[in-house]
Design a protein around this ligand. Structure first.
Ligand code: ADP
Ligand code: 5GP
Length: 199
């Protein structure tokens, strides 16, 4: 018995631990396809072009927009980020689940185009802990951290519009919640019933 791939959008404040939790999930489930976004921001130490992001300049980003390459795109704290459509569609056609790690404006665009997409918001256990994580990551200047925290407050106001809220207390508990959500989504009766051979 096989099921078709589903698309999961994961949003949450910068520094909440989305990349960390998703990396742990993807290490356990090699069949899940993680959508590698394009961005105009500079790579952080350790980030690899084509693995963490496609790092492109603003002109290239604009040309991808005009060629309709993006499923969605948005500006976030001074840089552009977008989801290349082609690979998402390819992976879903192969029956693989797809995860998009995107901010809330992009998530809204995806839902408008593909309402069946599952929306997951990742929240920190507390606001103090979010600030601590952003600072401890050590990748952003203090003024960028303040901008990201301000943006986080705005983003958090949209959390209730998502289908699920995962709290990233420990990485293990957050991964377990994501696994539970993905399993539940594949057990929905109205879709699954068609897969049972009753003859
Ligand atoms: P995001 O992708 O949401 O911007 P990151 O994955 O880069 O966030 O995580 C931000 C920082 O928080 C990193 O230094 C990471 O190691 C740390 N972190 C992530 N999850 C946890 C957790 N559950 N407990 C403690 N620290 C965490
Ligand atoms: P960061 O610079 O910390 O890697 O990412 C900043 C924000 O951009 C995060 O909230 C992340 O989810 C979001 N993001 C990453 N890729 C995309 C994308 O392709 N589209 C949109 N809309 N947001 C993205």
């Amino acid at each position: 018995m096989s099921t078709t791939g589903k698309c999961f959008v994961v949003s949450g404040p910068s520094g909440v631990g989305k990349s960390t939790v998703l990396t742990a999930l993807l290490n356990k489930h090699k069949d899940i396809y993680f959508s590698v976004s394009a961005t105009t921001r500079q790579p952080r130490p350790g980030e690899i072009d084509g693995v963490h992001y496609h790092f492109i300049d603003a002109d290239t980003f604009r040309s991808w927009i005009s060629q309709d390459e993006f499923l969605e795109y948005a500006e976030f704290v001074g840089n552009f980020y977008g989801t290349p459509k082609k690979y998402v569609d390819q992976a879903m056609d192969e029956g693989r689940d797809v995860i998009l790690d995107i901010e809330v404006q992009g998530a809204t665009q995806v839902i408008a185009k593909r309402p069946e997409t599952v929306r997951i918001f990742i929240a920190p256990p507390s606001w103090e802990e979010l600030e601590r994580r952003l600072t401890a990551r050590g990748t952003d200047a203090p003024e960028k951290i303040q901008k990201r925290l301000l943006r986080a407050k705005v983003e958090f106001q949209t959390a209730h519009t998502y289908d699920y809220l995962v709290i990233n207390d420990t990485v293990e508990s957050a991964v377990a919640e994501l696994e539970a959500i993905m399993t539940a989504e594949h057990c929905k009766a109205n879709e699954r019933i068609a897969l049972i051979d009753t003859k």
